[in-house]
Write a protein that binds this ligand. Structure first.
Ligand SMILES: Cc1cc2nc3c(=O)[nH]c(=O)nc-3n(C[C@H](O)[C@H](O)[C@H](O)COP(=O)(O)O)c2cc1C
Length: 352
């Protein structure tokens, strides 16, 4: 029998300090996406561990408002990790202490961000070009806090400099408790296919948990990703349009049966739940404005969605939004009715 289906997950437990997760599905840290409302929605839909957006260590020690806002955590999203980035080991140590005071379950260090203004500050993926600096930074954060510290990185700077097995051993040696690998190089950005085969190699040389990340888009991908020997699977972009990926993948792993796609009603129900959480944590005005970027995801592949989305992204009152969604439901119901009539007539042989 395929080992993924119907077995108890006890042999596959991943431990990060006191956190134990069986065949865990993790929501990847994503700037401008994984804010508290989105994290809480993913948690409700089955994500086992969630991460904040990355937070600038410089911003934290300067007490910058935007960085501080990102420290806000909710009890119902645990276990949750705060991810920090920066290029200076002392600043990172201080930032880690500030992050720890916000009460996450563990701290994650970003050594994978590829964007120019991060790399230019010797932060994110730039550390892949200076492994001793990466080790020093990891150790200084580990030494600075009581919480477990994990790290997220890429395979290497470019194709010719992939040293991920060496990196993993080095990080385990300085006390990093789990390693998430986005299976691309910095040069690739988000281009090309993620090379999952490296996970198997890394698993052979370390005993800390190894988390696979990159291009996991479907429940079938999740099963394939665990076949590499990964201890957990981290999902980013696919969760934006489909936060149900977590519950769907779990059901698929447990039963081998692919769940039906979510109905329009279910999509709108969760969209409203998400919007409510957004308003709760950011207030009426910002809660609605900052939610706008998610409409495209919730309406993804739904009938007559283009106009509805265009209208929804400019509305700024909850009541107007509810009214527009009601109208959208009617438009879709009408569309479905007409489509049914049309197909009945066709089956009867009547020319239409
Ligand atoms: C909009 C966006 C924002 C991101 N922000 C972060 C971040 O703050 N920290 C981080 O480690 N990775 C960040 N990433 C990378 C993701 O965590 C993940 O490694 C990458 O998207 C590959 O996984 P996926 O194919 O499942 O999306 C971001 C990716 C996207 C698309």
């Amino acid at each position: 029998m395929n080992r993924h289906f119907n077995d108890s997950f006890t042999d596959d437990t991943m431990n990060i300090g006191p956190i134990h997760v069986d065949r865990g599905l993790l929501l990847a840290p994503m700037e401008d996406v994984t804010d508290p409302p989105f994290r809480r929605i993913c948690k409700r839909l089955g994500a086992d561990i969630v991460y904040t957006e990355f937070i600038s260590s410089e911003g934290l020690i300067r007490d910058a408002r935007r960085s501080n806002q990102k420290l806000l955590l909710y009890e119902d999203e645990r276990p949750v990790s705060i991810q920090i980035f920066g290029g200076d080991e002392n600043v990172m140590a201080e930032a880690a202490r500030i992050a720890q005071d916000a009460g996450p379950d563990f701290i994650d260090i970003n050594c994978g961000c590829w964007v120019k203004n991060v790399v230019a500050r010797n932060a994110g993926a730039a550390l892949l070009k200076d492994l001793p600096a990466m080790a020093r930074m990891a150790k200084s954060v580990v030494d600075a806090v009581k919480l477990p510290v994990t790290l997220k990185t890429r395979l290497g700077w470019d194709k010719s400099s992939i040293r991920i097995t060496e990196v993993a051993q080095m990080l385990e040696g300085v006390g990093i408790q789990a390693l998430a690998i986005h299976c691309r190089t910095r040069d690739q950005g988000h281009e090309g296919e993620a090379a999952w085969e490296y996970i198997e190699q890394v698993k052979k040389v370390v005993s800390i948990p190894v988390i696979l990340n990159g291009d996991v888009k479907t429940p079938q991908d999740v099963v394939r990703a665990f076949d590499t020997g990964a201890d957990a699977v981290m999902i980013g972009r696919a969760a934006i349009a489909n936060p149900w990926i977590f519950s769907d993948a779990k059901r698929y792993m447990a039963t081998g049966v692919l769940p039906e796609p979510q109905t329009l009603e279910e999509r709108l129900r969760v969209a409203m739940e998400h919007l409510t959480l957004s308003i709760e944590s950011k207030g009426d005005r910002y809660g609605i404005i900052e939610f706008r970027k998610y409409w495209g995801g919730y309406l993804h592949a739904m009938p007559l969605a283009t106009q509805a989305r265009k209208d929804l992204v400019v509305l700024s009152g909850a009541e107007e939004i509810i009214a527009r969604l009601d109208r959208y439901r009617e438009e879709v119901a009408d569309f479905n009715r007409r489509r049914e009539e049309w197909s009945v007539e066709r089956a009867d042989g009547v020319t239409v």
